[in-house]
Design a protein around this ligand. Structure first.
Ligand code: HSE
Length: 323
């Protein structure tokens, strides 16, 4: 089968970091950030196979093997459905911390998938790329959850209504909803912070969590920021994972005192996120959270913006196809 290839044989793609879970919605909701994110340069090659040719920004820690690196795993999964005659070379430029709870592995996979789909002539939609990125998540942390990869590929908020079958529901963000993300210089492996979670929950706790998830989704759809804030209450996962983050309670309190609508862990942590109704407030929240971590001697990176609605973007198509 042949596809209407793009004119280029090489493309550079940015894909965003993401906040998964969004408080109470463990494994089923995420949103995309304007920054940080990863860049991937992906090129068609006369040499068969999928190869990682360079990685920068990881301190030499990411796997180069194409059955372990998330960008390569995702591209190989894509090629099983959309075979190409050429091989593929991938450069990964990490522009975000590893083990941060900001969807680092998902950003690389999303960028690589957007790039290979573009070079193949865009045979698949962004939504159709999600299962390939889930294979990469499984390689990275043992679990094929999609609450990072789906918003990294689609932008905005994305609800995973179901995994079997996969049912992906994009949700447009309220136009005046700002995020603050604070990344403390601590590293947590997603695999570890999933393993510590209790496997069973009480029905009475599930009822509280269901109410908050329903309130959060309704708040997003009705653009009701107060309802979003009231619903950002995770009584199941946050109490267990927050124990892994020094100063979690004081940092969360600092965010709320600085005007946050709500605050919780970003993905599996250690980053935290907060929502607010203006850029100024979101920056003040970042400063307050950063100070609370600094009181414990922990350095931070801070990011504030409206939610990213674009998903991955092409940075620089290059090298025109020779024939
Ligand atoms: N939903 C996932 C978790 C996101 O909380 O473990 C981390 O990748």
């Amino acid at each position: 089968m042949s596809y209407p290839y793009a004119m280029e044989s090489s493309v550079r793609v940015f894909a965003p970091a993401t906040v998964a879970n969004v408080g109470c919605a463990y494994d089923i909701l995420g949103f995309a950030l304007e920054a940080p994110g990863d860049e991937v340069c992906i090129s068609l090659s006369t040499e068969p196979g999928v190869r990682i040719t360079a990685i920068s920004g990881d301190g030499g820690r990411l796997p180069r093997a194409s059955n372990q690196n998330t960008a390569a795993v995702a591209v190989q999964a894509f090629l099983r459905q959309i075979p190409l005659e050429q091989g593929v070379e991938i450069e990964v430029h990490k522009r975000m911390p590893l083990g941060s709870g900001l969807g680092s592995s998902a950003a690389s996979a999303a960028a690589a998938l957007h790039g290979i789909n573009y070079l193949a002539g865009t045979p698949l939609s962004q939504t159709e790329l999600i299962p390939f990125a889930m294979e990469a998540e499984k390689a990275a942390c043992g679990s094929a959850h999609a609450d990072n990869v789906a918003p990294a590929l689609l932008g905005g908020f994305v609800l995973l209504r179901s995994y079997e079958p996969l049912d992906v529901v994009p949700l447009p963000p309220p136009p005046n909803l700002y995020y603050t993300v604070v990344h403390p210089e601590i590293e947590l492996r997603t695999e570890d912070s999933r393993r510590i979670l209790k496997k069973e929950i009480l029905l009475k706790d599930a009822v509280v969590q269901w109410g908050n998830i329903a309130g959060l989704i309704t708040g997003i759809l009705q653009k009701d920021l107060d309802l979003i804030g009231r619903s950002l209450n995770d009584i199941l996962i946050e109490p267990e994972r927050s124990l892994l983050i020094p100063g979690f309670e004081s940092v969360k309190l600092a965010a709320l005192n600085a005007g946050a609508l709500g605050c919780s862990l970003s993905g599996s942590g250690p980053s935290l996120f907060a929502f607010s109704a203006s850029l100024q407030t979101s920056q003040a929240i970042g400063t307050a959270m950063g100070s609370a971590f600094a009181d414990l001697g922990i350095k931070t990176q801070k990011f504030s913006s409206l939610i990213n609605c674009s998903g991955p973007t092409l940075i620089k198509p290059s090298t025109h196809r020779a024939a």
